[in-house]
Design a protein around this ligand. Structure first.
Ligand code: GLU
Length: 305
């Protein structure tokens, strides 16, 4: 059994691939895609663009609005939240939340630079200025708050386990002690499954690289957030299932990562999120992306820590 440790990050830095959205709408047949309704606003998520928004000089909002572009780190291999689609543009709920923030800065979808940020490089991408924001199924936690700041949460997930459809032995985390389980370096689920449940971790760089090891028996399970696994189950045509009916065993509040202590920017993004929670935009964006597979929840409460 091949086993790599959580600290093995070799190769992941090379995955930081920048690309510029060229405005092609996401595929309407893809559950990670944007809206398939007739577009009335900007981009695939039909968002109203702020016209010449005014921000106090010296703020990050003023700089980004002036530049007319923003770099957003997201995932490129996760159905429902961030999946590269038609025209090499990522689609999903994280991408839609990024588009919402950009639209409030007056930045059209076509002018967003989406950059792939696998789990292990998210903090570094923010610290090095390679991403203005990271919106990438990114759990808010204290260790990460030492390095970067978070707006949000804008969604609450929880850790779950995925197995082959025919597996009857793994029904929850208590069944994985000493069992080969795939997860991703630098993720909270990889740490939890080892530290709390004694799994034999098979660590890789992105979740899609867990699927073949599961198919060919190198691992017996994959673990990460329920909503990521649900996307893979949905795409698998009955090959995979969530163990124990998808019961979760952690709380994973998703935040928007930004430069540490840029409090003015963080407060402003939190205002944008709260407005979207209240006026129905958040629910619409969810329904048009992850909501094609998952039930639409109530929005979470923003945590202005
Ligand atoms: N939400 C978890 C985390 O931020 C797992 C998902 C991911 O790796 O993106 O670590």
């Amino acid at each position: 059994m091949r086993k790599r440790t959580l600290t093995t990050l070799a190769g992941t830095a090379g995955l930081l691939v920048a690309l510029t959205a060229c405005g092609a709408p996401g595929s309407a047949t893809d559950p990670g895609a944007g809206t398939d309704e007739e577009a009335t606003g900007d981009g695939p998520y039909s968002l109203e663009l702020a016209e010449n928004p005014e921000f106090e000089a010296g703020t990050t909002m003023a700089a980004l609005a002036e530049a007319g572009t923003i770099t957003i780190g997201t995932k490129f291999d996760q159905p429902l939240f961030g999946l590269l689609g038609t025209g090499d543009v990522p689609a999903g709920f994280d991408v839609a939340i990024g588009a919402l923030v950009a639209a409030e800065l007056g930045i059209p979808f076509d002018s967003i630079d989406f950059t792939e940020t696998p789990s292990a490089i998210r903090e570094t991408a923010i610290q090095n200025g390679e991403a203005d924001l990271v919106i990438a199924t990114y759990t808010i936690n204290d260790a990460r708050k030492e390095l970067i700041s978070f707006a949000g949460p804008y969604f609450e997930a929880g850790q779950a386990i995925m197995t082959l459809e025919g597996n009857t032995e793994i029904n929850g985390p208590e069944d994985v002690e000493g069992v080969a389980v795939c997860s991703v370096e630098g993720s909270t689920p990889a740490k939890t499954i080892v530290d709390e449940y004694g799994a034999d971790l098979f660590a890789t760089d992105v979740y899609s690289n867990c699927l073949d090891p599961l198919r060919n028996g190198q691992v017996e399970a994959v673990t990460t957030d329920n909503v990521i696994l649900s996307g893979f189950v949905d795409q698998s045509g009955g090959e995979f299932k969530l163990a124990g009916d998808g019961e979760t065993f952690t709380q994973e509040p998703y935040g928007i990562g930004l430069a540490k202590d840029d409090t003015v920017f963080r407060d402003w993004i939190n205002d944008v999120l709260e407005e979207a929670f209240e006026d129905g935009t958040w629910a619409r964006l969810f329904e048009e992306t992850a909501g094609k597979v998952l039930p639409t929840p109530e929005p979470p409460a923003v945590d202005r820590y």
